[in-house]
Design a protein around this ligand. Structure first.
Ligand SMILES: NC(=O)C1=CN([C@@H]2O[C@H](COP(=O)(O)OP(=O)(O)OC[C@H]3O[C@@H](n4cnc5c(N)ncnc54)[C@H](OP(=O)(O)O)[C@@H]3O)[C@@H](O)[C@H]2O)[C@@H](O)CC1
Ligand SMILES: [K+]
Length: 519
């Protein structure tokens, strides 16, 4: 975003002041469109806004909002943090324009929060360190929000709106440096500019920000200059199939464990098939064959007793993707993982295949290669990368704080393969630092995904895409998006078995959208 803004301003086609005006206007428009009642007249008196303006350009946006709201007849109070004389030039210009309309009070000291809408323009992307003296301000905001605003003579706030990011949130990591603390202060609306920031998608960002509204401030022509190493995960045109024999779509081998505990591997296998792999074989110890045979049709079944049997099976070069982990068993995982990795195929390791190397990560890393994908949840991540997990768990003290994105990137570099760190804010990174964020948060939330077996399905989907020759990063990112999209499509009541069965609907919708685009 910063590179895009700088390029836009250096082009002289737009000034910083114009961008700030568009930003402020966007915030006002978002407030009025989110709550249409504000377009009408208030039952008593005028609509009231209190704008908290900070020491940088975020504060500058706040002064624009103050002016524009007062132009539509709102009663506006501005409270500043920091010395307005030291504002950067564009923010200073907007402060001065506001001063011709109304006064600027001080935020610190006695203050009465009394408004229909409180606009937080204290800090945006420039916050680098905690501002402890603002803690009482946020306590007051919290109390005022609980009170609600019932009329000119009572204190209270009805709605809380953040400009760009809730102040105190680190826009790079989504972690809180200060500000709204654990008391459960949640914004009603956050209005950001041009693109969602990483901090809106990770860690505390999604919940704290509330509804997220992205305003176009005309930076699109310069977007190509943005850092595109981190992108949101999404659908991929290659998900559509265009003819071909079943072997053209790959053959995935899912390795399962002993009798009586095969459900997870079967889920993964079915998900791989539903994701479009041409063939899927489930390889299990001989004693588990009858149980699995009774439960499988389109998925093929093969006896795979031990490392030797796996080595033998992998002589078939058509087996182009392997999944180990779900219900594999720790001992079997320790035996099979090195053999599977030695074959050099696209290989996904999940669950037991990761936990089997707890405390001995180097024993795993020495076998990994660039065609491998690890899909740990937080617990499994901590077993393989305890120091990175510790850094994530430590309080954030400075911005940019250590983020899940940093953790996944460092883990990928260390492991030498793609790492997908699971969560509502799934991040995927490669050893070269490319990353994707598959955030099932905010309006894209998929809360029913937090269900037993959901991770096994994800492993299967990604393996299916690996079999279809997606590169590891693309398989992991598209797979994570498909997984969440299936859950969103199914909605409440979802269990893991439903996920593979809903994938055809997702594909049909993608086909329909592609036909529409083709005209
Ligand atoms: N650029 C553009 O084109 C556009 C930008 N836009 C808007 O600008 C925002 C970014 O503005 P920004 O970079 O000025 O940063 P902002 O978040 O206002 O705060 C930085 C100020 O706070 C200070 N500061 C930091 N930490 C502190 C602390 N703990 N305690 C006290 N002070 C502290 C810091 O001082 P310093 O760290 O240098 O000492 C600096 O003075 C962005 O979020 C968006 O809203 C839009 O108008 C669209 C166009
Ligand atoms: K803010």
């Amino acid at each position: 975003m910063r590179a895009v803004e700088t390029a836009a301003m250096e082009s002289r086609q737009v000034t910083g002041l114009e961008l700030m005006e568009r930003a402020g206007a966007g915030v006002v428009k978002a407030i009025l469109s989110n709550w249409p009642e504000y377009r009408g007249t208030r039952r008593s008196g005028r609509w009231r806004a209190t704008i908290l303006c900070g020491p940088g350009n975020n504060g500058g946006d706040g002064y624009v909002v103050a002016r524009l709201l007062s132009q539509v007849n709102w009663e506006v109070t501005v409270l500043a943090y920091g010395d307005p004389a030291r504002l950067p030039p564009d923010a200073r210009a907007n402060h001065d324009r506001w001063r011709k309309i109304g006064p600027v009070g001080r935020l610190l000291g006695p203050r009465l929060l009394q408004a229909d809408v409180l606009v937080d323009a204290l800090f945006g992307t420039g916050l680098t360190r905690p501002v402890d003296e603002l803690a009482p301000v946020f306590e007051d905001i919290h109390a005022a929000l609980q009170e609600g605003f019932s009329g000119p003579n009572s204190p209270g706030i009805d709605r809380l709106v953040a400009i760009d990011v809730p102040s105190g949130l680190d826009a790079d990591s989504g972690r809180r440096l200060c500000g709204a603390d654990e008391q459960g202060l949640i914004y009603d609306l956050t209005v950001t500019f041009h693109r969602r920031k990483i901090g809106h998608l990770l860690a505390d960002g999604p919940e704290l920000s509330g509804r997220l509204h992205v305003v176009d401030i005309g930076l699109e022509p310069w977007q190509r200059l943005a850092d595109d190493s981190v992108l949101p995960a999404g659908p991929d045109a290659r998900l559509q199939k265009r003819g071909g024999h079943k072997y053209d779509h790959g053959h995935a081998l899912i390795l399962g464990g002993g009798a009586g505990r095969g459900g997870a591997a079967r889920l993964a296998a079915r998900a791989a098939l539903r994701s479009g792999a041409g063939l899927v074989t489930l390889g299990v110890p001989p004693e588990a064959l009858p149980e699995n045979a009774a439960r499988l049709d389109a998925v093929m079944l093969a006896p795979l007793a031990d490392a030797q049997a796996l080595e033998q099976a992998l002589r078939d070069s058509r087996l182009n993707a392997i999944c180990l982990g779900p219900a594999l068993g720790l001992e079997r995982a320790r035996e099979l993982v090195p053999v599977a990795l030695a074959a050099g195929r696209a290989t996904l390791l999940d669950a037991d295949a990761l936990s089997a190397f707890a405390g001995l990560p180097d024993a795993l890393f020495s076998h990994l290669h660039e065609r491998a994908v690890l899909t740990p949840h937080e617990g499994e991540f901590a077993r393989l990368f305890p120091d990175l997990a510790q850094r994530l768990a430590a309080p954030a003290e400075r911005g940019p704080a250590f983020s899940r994105l940093d953790a996944a990137r460092m883990a990928a570099a260390r492991a030498g393969c793609t790492v997908l760190l699971k969560g509502p804010d799934t991040v995927i990174a490669t050893p070269r630092g490319q990353a994707r964020i598959a955030a099932a948060v905010g309006e894209d939330a998929a809360p029913w995904l937090a269900t037993a077996g959901s991770g096994d399905v994800l492993a299967g989907i990604v393996t299916g895409l690996l079999a279809r020759s997606f590169a590891p990063l693309d398989a992991a990112a598209t797979g994570a998006w498909l997984h969440a999209e299936a859950a969103r499509r199914f909605g409440p009541g979802l269990i893991a078995e439903d996920l593979p069965e809903i994938l055809p609907q997702v594909f049909r919708r993608l086909d329909a959208e592609a036909s529409l685009r083709a005209g």
